[in-house]
Design a binder for this molecule. Structure first.
Ligand SMILES: [Zn+2]
Length: 341
């Protein structure tokens, strides 16, 4: 992933990181990447790893690289909660891991700065020795009730720019997730976000202080109204909600954001497409009759985001560097401090 983000920085674009749990989601992403000629980040959470028993995910990803050899593809661990979780991901073949030490291993309790530095640095040392990239998080995002960061609201633990500089210096992370007011899940904002609720000025300040660190925006689905409407039109009960507007993400990309996490938009697209088939053709019972439209709907959203983030057209810019070669590069730097000069 380090190489892919370095290339994105060179080209001034962002790269979407899309979550997967099953075959249809992986197919949707890879088809969108082929159609738009985009490098891709496929990411799996701990929940996805357990849902897919790890090995299904592993072999589906092998199939993806076999069937789409022209697409530079990263398999990234989303929100690793401990050194051991990251270790098992690397052992399985993930080429990038996130160590989220902003929370304790329960994924709910905010940790101390010292704990975050210590665990993240340990993961960086272990990962870079194998050529694997590391993303860290400083500050805490808001969460959904049963998910990561449960109970926190988006504005209670914003990233302190000074701490961000210190964190990068002490850990040597390749990429940094910062908290600027976004949350995971569909219910991010109760109205279109303003500078009061989405702190883009803070992101810009952090980029000024860490010009060579790749910034990551989590919780960055746009939650478009048309996708909400399809679900509600066919019997769904989503409450009115707002996500992160594309123009704010694009402003982020102009200011050092290289990885943008998108999950909710794809979930909405899939669910809307399935509900539509169920409502319009209640006599259907072949799973393909609703999984195909679901896959197509997700592919459409992913392809659109790839175009909006600017990664479209860049798949052929470079050949992926093998992990062993990346490990040598990291070794040359000692514990590689990405930035902060
Ligand atoms: Zn996240």
């Amino acid at each position: 992933m380090r190489q892919l983000l370095d290339e994105a920085a060179k080209g001034g674009y962002g790269v979407g990181a899309f979550n997967v749990n099953n075959m249809e989601q992986i197919q949707a992403i890879m088809e969108a990447a082929r159609e738009t000629k985009s490098p891709v980040i496929v990411q799996a959470s701990r929940g996805a790893r357990s849902y897919s028993q790890d090995r299904f995910l592993y072999h589906l990803m092998l199939a993806a690289t076999e069937l789409y050899p022209e697409i530079p593809t990263v398999l990234h661990l989303d929100h690793g909660n401990s050194v051991d979780t990251c270790k098992s991901a690397i052992a399985m073949g993930f080429t990038s891991v996130m160590m989220d030490g902003s929370l304790m291993p329960d994924g709910k309790t905010p940790s101390t700065f010292e704990y975050n530095v210590k665990t993240t640095r340990e993961v960086v040392e272990m990962s870079h020795a194998k050529g694997t990239t590391v993303e860290g998080e400083i500050g805490c995002l808001g969460g959904i009730e049963d998910g990561h960061g449960a109970g926190l609201d988006g504005l209670s633990h914003l990233t302190d720019p000074e701490q961000a500089v210190e964190f990068v210096r002490q850990t040597g992370v390749d990429a940094l997730d910062i908290a600027i007011g976004t949350s995971h899940g569909a219910y991010k904002f109760t109205k279109k976000p303003t500078g009061e609720t989405l702190k883009m000025d803070r992101l810009i300040e952090i980029h000024k202080r860490l010009p060579r660190t790749h910034l990551v925006m989590h919780g960055s689905s746009s939650v478009p109204k048309d996708l909400q409407d399809i679900i509600n039109q066919y019997g769904g009960k989503l409450k009115p909600t707002w996500g992160v507007p594309i123009e704010e993400i694009q402003l982020g990309i102009k200011n050092g954001v290289r990885k943008i996490n998108v999950d909710t938009d794809n979930r909405l697209a899939i669910t809307g497409a399935i509900r539509k088939v169920f409502a319009e053709k209640p006599e259907e019972f072949d799973p393909r009759s609703y999984l195909k439209p679901a896959r197509d709907a997700m592919k459409k959203v992913v392809a659109l985001r790839m175009t909006q983030f600017g990664q479209a057209g860049h798949a052929g810019d470079y050949a992926p560097t093998p992990l062993a070669e990346m490990a040598k590069r990291y070794e040359g730097n000692g514990i590689p401090v990405v930035s902060s000069e």
